[in-house]
Design a binder for this molecule. Structure first.
Ligand SMILES: [Zn+2]
Length: 360
């Protein structure tokens, strides 16, 4: 096995596009062990007013009585059934608080399903954000302080405030992958609050970062194995992504230059360490020519889940593709900083390819 093979293995795990700072991961797992129960309990403690108001409807089930007209039924139905007396549909649901079966009217079941949907979306959004250990700890702290001061602020608003603070820190630290994740979490919150106009703009903004390849560079040791991964990322982009479709010759030139340098350096490393010949190669020769960037095309991608959500929001808002394009260009122009290599227009072309893919 040559040295190059060693790097190959390593680079696979190193080349995750967006990752937390690696030196923190072990700590996070241990700390979560102590938090898990409280974390789960928090999600169980969410208030469900309609669910709770319907607890007494389990009496209808226990006594086999129609919830509309109090008619005594032969036995309680187990699925949607017409009352033989008033001819209304009786619905059966299990109460999430008491786990008891209830008989409900159509109006009640609609209200209940709405609340369950809404809470489901809200919990999903909160879970996305609070699964970040630091956000969770900050959230608990803020909630505790608010309770002491007897102030009431919606949980989603507390989380929003924390994300707001975090994103500024990430920009200052040059951790653009974490910044991107924070903006994504904000998108999920907006979506959960049914603020779809704002949500679609945020989703488009996140796509703009993704196409530019955001990286966390504050804690990264620019060691050799990271660089080796670049060749695979480049190959991946070439096969899957289409960014370089416009100038394939330019891309090939870059890839060839990198490939040549890589082979040369591997040969030198192998000679020095395995064969004991030659002199110790300076690894910064390659590093200098391809250092990892805060935004780096080699880490660029378009997330399929976001593509799906953008299409869904476009339908919900009844938008044309031109509207979506205008939103994208406008937003990308607002958030673009000069370290992002892809212009809003170029990025739209890439994104539109992905959005258009699979449309019938
Ligand atoms: Zn009835």
């Amino acid at each position: 096995m040559g040295i190059f093979d060693l790097f190959k293995k390593k680079s696979t795990s190193d080349s995750k596009v967006i990752s937390k700072k690696p030196n923190l991961n072990v700590g996070i797992i241990d700390i979560w062990e102590n938090e898990r129960e409280e974390f789960e309990n928090y999600f169980k403690s969410i208030k469900r007013p309609i669910e709770e108001s319907l607890i007494s409807s389990s009496e209808f089930f226990k006594n086999s009585v129609c919830p509309y007209c109090d008619f005594k039924l032969d036995k309680s139905p187990l699925k949607k059934t017409k009352c033989p007396n008033c001819h209304n549909y009786i619905y059966v649901r299990t109460n999430l608080v008491t786990k008891e079966k209830m008989l409900l009217t159509e109006e009640q079941v609609n209200k209940l399903e709405n609340e369950r949907d809404e809470i489901g979306t809200k919990l999903g959004a909160e879970k996305t954000a609070l699964s970040d250990y630091y956000i969770w700890i900050e959230f608990k702290k803020t909630k505790g302080e608010l309770e002491k001061e007897n102030k009431k602020i919606e949980d989603l608003d507390i989380i929003w405030g924390i994300l707001n603070k975090k994103q500024t820190e990430y920009v200052q630290q040059n951790d653009w992958g974490l910044f991107r994740n924070t903006r994504y979490e904000m998108f999920v919150l907006l979506n959960a609050e049914r603020r779809f106009q704002e949500a679609i703009r945020m989703a488009l903004e996140v796509c703009y970062y993704d196409i530019n390849g955001p990286n966390n560079v504050s804690g990264i040791d620019l060691n050799l194995s990271n660089k080796k991964g670049a060749e695979y990322e480049s190959e991946y982009i070439k096969q899957n992504w289409g960014l370089f479709r416009k100038s394939p010759s330019e891309f090939d030139k870059i890839l060839k230059k990198y490939g040549d340098a890589l082979r040369k350096e591997n040969k030198a490393l192998e000679d020095y360490y395995y064969n004991g010949t030659g002199s110790k190669p300076l690894d910064n020769e390659l590093v200098e020519s391809f250092p990892i960037q805060p935004f780096d095309l080699r880490s660029g991608f378009v997330a399929p889940a976001l593509i799906f959500l953008i299409k869904e929001l476009k339908e919900k808002l009844n938008l044309q593709w031109d509207d979506v394009k205008n939103m994208f260009i406008e937003r990308a122009t607002q958030v673009k900083v000069n370290i992002m290599p892809v212009s809003p227009q170029e990025a739209w072309d890439i994104l539109y390819d992905e959005l258009y893919n699979g449309l019938d």
